[in-house]
Design a protein around this ligand. Structure first.
Ligand SMILES: [Zn+2]
Length: 271
């Protein structure tokens, strides 16, 4: 906060730097003031992701399609948590919730593969089935996908290449420079969390800024969407650019990728 205030001349204090958080989970943050606080701070575009049935329902309730935009999906961890007997039914419930609300969704997400929680061939088969089901849905509805990958990037990239959804966002990109080259070739976007590492630094250095977004991954990683400022500072320092310039380009990338202008003001459909 101090850095930003120092960067602003006194007469410009009202024109804040606009920031966009490409990935977070507001459904877990119980205090609605957190959203207001983040928006007032300058994070005026927030993409919030559901991960299972209750969080998808809550995500639709929280999103106002003004500052907070919804992405719905079933992530690998929650895909594995569904009881076998209700698996198909629950999956289809989420699919129809997505279809019903497609006009106000900015992505299908969070979806993906997580081999860290992995556990046995049956679990891997289920993770892949759910991931592929939602990619098919994104293609059908012409929506971007926001993808989670942990220890699973090889398979994630192979499935994405085969299915070929139009717009792909790899959140919390875990790859190194070799995988980043593939990602760049495919024209996928990555987003950078507020955590520094030498591997991440190398990836940010080589990726064109046009393919980079910033995320807080709050409240899992950052405390709230304001943490995206740290991600932006990190990217700006690696790209050797002034913070304002990097923030402006990255915010524009995020709005363009998620089609924010077309999704603003879309009505809430209660499921
Ligand atoms: Zn997430």
């Amino acid at each position: 906060m101090q850095t930003r205030q120092l960067l602003q001349k006194p007469e410009e204090q009202k024109s804040m730097i606009e920031m966009a958080d490409a990935h977070c989970h507001l459904s877990i943050l119980s205090d609605p003031l957190i959203i207001k606080g983040s928006v007032d701070y300058g994070v005026s575009t927030i993409i919030t992701n559901g991960v299972d049935t209750p969080s998808n329902i809550r995500t639709l309730d929280i999103a106002d399609n003004r500052h907070v935009f919804p992405a719905l999906g079933v992530d690998p961890e929650h895909a594995l948590a569904i009881e076998e007997s209700s698996f198909e039914k629950e999956l289809e419930f989420n699919v129809s919730m997505i279809r019903q609300n497609a006009s106000r969704l900015v992505a299908i997400g969070e979806i993906g593969l997580d081999y860290w929680i992995g556990g046995g061939p049956r679990n891997l088969a289920r993770q892949k089935k759910v991931f592929e089901r939602f990619i098919d849905l994104a293609i059908e509805l012409n929506l971007p996908v926001s993808v989670h990958s942990r220890n699973a990037l090889k398979d994630v990239l192979a499935i994405l290449k085969e299915k070929d959804p139009k717009l792909v966002h790899l959140h919390f990109f875990e790859g190194g420079t070799e995988e980043a080259k593939l990602v760049q070739k495919q024209g996928y976007m990555i987003s950078v969390p507020p955590i520094e590492s030498s591997k991440r630094k190398r990836v940010i250095s080589m990726m064109p800024l046009e393919l980079i977004m910033a995320e807080s991954d709050s409240p899992v990683v950052g405390q709230d969407p304001k943490a995206v400022e740290k991600s932006l500072h990190y990217i700006a320092s690696i790209k050797n650019m002034p913070f304002e310039e990097a923030a402006q380009i990255i915010t524009a990338n995020t709005k363009r990728f998620f089609g924010i202008y077309q999704k603003t003001g879309k009505k809430l459909i209660r499921y």
